[in-house]
Design a protein. Structure first.
Length: 407
């Protein structure tokens, strides 16, 4: 049997040859949360001019040498500048220009004193400002390029655009933005017992909950789920869905259900009828070992119909593939923690639902009791998967275990 890591290696090796990432230009206004398709460097300085950090007065530092409360300096105000405007007047010895925060630094000025440290007075027909301390060269000035320098590297390709990214892109005037196209991922469920959410539930029937759980994992990975619906347990019906997915040009098609070896488990038979290239169908993952095939540019993935098995395989195998198609390289973050209760296991490698929490610098991990594959409530309580290696394992309370944190 293939180990989890070997099975993932097969997927990753084939992924680059099977698929190419698509790029599109989107308006900056709509680009939040998308994934950059190019590296971004600054093509200009920010700010593009020397500017005032404060409301105050631009002066020549030399005019304030020796100024004190007992020996103040009085300068004549020759102009005022608000943010967005500028002055063509040059400062001469004995003069000042009133400036407001964000305003360009006047010609010849080499420092700015805050308004609250001064006193404005009438000076004949003009206004003057009294300064009671020396002002240092460069004081309260934001220099051209002081925030971002022209040519400075800003963001790597593959970055997911956050509010911080958006502000810098806007400052640079980058609009539209080249981002990766979100891959459309087909998904369908098989099972004669399944009904849609809005259908009347008859005795012995089940809602198609897997579709909605797996669709949200697709979104978390950066894809767009395409609901291909519910399919009866007939090979011909499954083949019709695969044909529809091919016409829609979906790079990945995921089925849930019909992967065992019973009379009504028809996914494997449908894939054999299509003469797909089988990548693997014998991974050691428990629960939920998937099987994966490839045909005509599509990755066809069969997952268990049991919720836990489908979710585990989706998170561990499929999530990373979709995230790569979306331009990122996200996988479940690894971690380690101290068990709060023992775990015993015999058999293949498996994962258990669990919950981790940090207390006083220590990560504590609690496994849940109910791990039946058909149970869905345990998933809602969990924030991690606890990794249990193959063989006979007896972890005691306080032992350290490996975990994978849920998105």
């Amino acid at each position: 049997m293939l180990s989890l890591e070997n099975a993932k290696d097969i997927l990753f090796r084939n992924e680059s040859s099977m698929f190419s990432k698509m790029v599109e230009l989107v308006p900056l206004w709509e680009a939040g949360g998308r994934v950059l398709a190019v590296d971004i460097s600054a093509h200009k300085n920010v700010p593009t001019f020397n500017r005032s950090r404060v409301d105050g007065y631009a002066v020549l530092s030399g005019d304030t040498c020796g100024a004190s409360a007992d020996n103040p300096v009085t300068l004549r105000i020759i102009d005022r500048i608000i943010a967005g405007l500028y002055s063509t007047k040059r400062l001469l010895p004995g003069t000042a220009i009133k400036v407001f925060s964000g305003a360009p630094l006047p010609l010849q000025a080499d420092c700015i004193i805050k308004q609250e440290e001064t006193e404005e007075i009438a000076l004949g027909s003009d206004l003057g400002v009294i300064i009671k301390r020396p002002v240092l060269i460069g004081e309260n000035i934001s220099l051209k390029g002081g925030d971002i320098s022209a040519g400075e590297f800003l963001f790597f390709r593959g970055s997911t655009l956050t509010p911080a990214h958006m502000g810098i892109l806007a400052t640079m005037g980058i609009d539209p933005v080249p981002v990766y196209v979100r891959p459309k991922i087909g998904i369908f469920s098989t099972g004669n017992e399944l009904v849609d959410l809005h259908d009347r539930l008859q005795y012995g029937q089940l809602r198609s909950s897997n579709l909605y759980t797996l669709a949200e994992i697709i979104r978390q990975a950066g894809g767009i789920p395409v609901n291909l619906g519910l399919v009866r347990d007939r090979v011909d019906d499954v083949l019709e869905i695969y044909e529809k997915a091919y016409r829609l040009k979906l790079p990945v098609v995921i089925s849930t259900g019909g992967t065992a070896s019973g009379d009504y488990d028809v996914i494997k038979d449908a894939l054999q009828a299509k003469k797909c290239t089988n990548l693997f169908d014998n991974s050691s993952l428990r629960p939920g070992a998937p099987f994966v095939s490839f045909l005509k540019g599509q990755l066809l993935i069969g997952l268990s119909g049991n919720p836990a098995g489908a979710i585990f395989a989706m998170l561990l195998f499929v999530f990373p593939i979709i995230s790569r198609l979306a331009g990122t390289d996200k996988q479940l973050p690894d971690g380690r923690g101290q068990l709060t209760k023992p775990i015993s296991h015999h058999g293949s490698q498996c994962f258990l639902w669990g919950r981790y929490e940090e207390r006083e610098g220590v990560c504590y991990v609690t496994p849940f009791e109910n791990h039946f594959c058909s149970v869905i409530k345990t998933h809602a309580k969990s924030n991690c998967l606890i990794e249990v290696p193959d063989g006979t394992v007896n972890f005691a309370a306080n032992d350290i275990v490996s975990i994978k944190k849920l998105p």
